[in-house]
Write a protein of this length. Sequence first.
Length: 291
Amino acid sequence: MQPYSPSNLVEQLSRNSTPYFDPLTKIHWDLLTTSQLWLPQEAISLHGIPAFMNLPPETRRRLSQYEFLNFVDAGLWLEGIFMERIVHSLRSRHHNLATLRYRLHELREEAGHSLMFVELIERSGLATPPRRLPRFLLADLFGRHAPMESAGFWLAILLGEEMPDRLNRYLRRHSHDICPAIVEMSTAHVIDEARHIAYALEVLKERLADLSLAARVALKPVARKMISQFVQLFYYPSPALYEAAGLTPGHRWARAARSSPQRAAFVGQCLEPTLQLLRDRGLHLRWRRPV
């Protein structure tokens, strides 16, 4: 199968990616402070839970910072997978030059995001627990091993771009009480990801159109599981993260977040646009809150 090339789209996206603006130079790092929230209050996993709301403001701010770092760390993992596959694709002898040019733009932009994330982690001075990935993460399996032109690969890429993008967009809409450097980071990420998502959607649309009915039916439970695992990764921190933020015992706070109707409502609000994109392409899925 030859690489897919929606030529008009990739040429437009490449033009929009030129000139390149390095996010490391766009962020006013001197504005980074731990004396402000890094997430809107409503986006913190324990928001609305009385025991958490009664804690001192500095404790709630600290959790917002650790949760944003968890979000950033997950981004490092996701972008690492995509960069790995882009680099691997350069070995092909069947390049469409327009597609090659755009994928190199994506590679440069994803590398810039990852450098931005690393800079934040280093400047924060906060020690985060080791990355926690759900067991047998399907996005990792499909992202690393599925054929790059397959529907499964582009489904994993789309979800890995769309779901954090929705949280970034929420952050930007509710930025009045948030550290300005964090808002700048989210803005830089959203601008580039708009192009990446447009490309992933176009390719996924074509790949789904090529699938048989049986293959499309088989893809639905895979998509459902991927979404569930991404939700767990982005929206429900591990007990170790709560412990790192000073909330002990961590397993009790993690259980409180998982059982919180406020958290489930927030996750559903962020997830709905992504689910609608998939419905528009024939994948009718629902999200169920964790139990």
